[in-house]
Design a protein. Structure first.
Length: 180
């Protein structure tokens, strides 16, 4: 394989790997809210579920909120938590050049090299986890965050990825209301 083809193939593989593991986190909050006054939280009744995955999401969120010195109470907390998690199957086209052959002009001036290309389809899952924290009395959203990333293969890796995603979601919670 010529050095140029090695460089192109390496670049494509690196770009594909980077795109598949990239995580996008977005947060937003009510800049007028004083988050220092909130000490307890309850899960919204809309979130209640018995699936294993929903329980893992709830446990990861509980762990992150506990690390922020918030205490979970069964009902009537200062804050209400709502979480949703969705997955979508997506496909990516990957094209590789299998070799070059000269075109008109032999690949020099007046023409370029042509390649025999092979395109394959790669399926992958994209997961979006969204968490909203709101005032249970007024139903006003105080803070929200979402994390979108590609799901890795293997259930153990997916669970570790969930924990990491939730930690990143809550890395800027509570927001510093003094920095406006």
């Amino acid at each position: 394989m010529k050095p140029t083809r090695v460089a192109i193939a390496s670049s494509l593989l690196l770009w594909t790997a980077t795109a598949l593991i990239a995580q996008r986190v977005q947060t937003s909050y009510d800049h007028t809210a004083d988050f220092s006054g909130y000490k307890t939280y309850s899960w919204s009744s809309k979130t209640a579920s018995t699936s294993f995955w929903d329980q893992r999401v709830e446990n990861a969120v509980n762990s992150s909120l506990g690390a922020k010195d918030l205490t979970q109470v069964p009902s009537g907390g200062d804050l209400a938590i709502f979480a949703t998690d969705t997955s979508q199957e997506r496909q990516k086209l990957i094209t590789f050049c299998n070799g070059t052959r000269g075109g008109w002009g032999g690949g020099g001036f007046g023409g370029g090299p042509f390649c025999d290309a092979t395109t394959t389809t790669k399926s992958y899952k994209v997961d979006t986890l969204a968490v909203k924290i709101f005032d249970p009395n007024s139903n006003a959203v105080l803070w929200r965050a979402s994390s979108t990333n590609t799901l890795p293969d293997g259930s153990d890796t997916i669970i570790k990825s969930l924990d990491t995603n939730v930690e990143r979601l809550f890395s800027h919670f509570p927001p510093d209301s003094h920095k406006r």
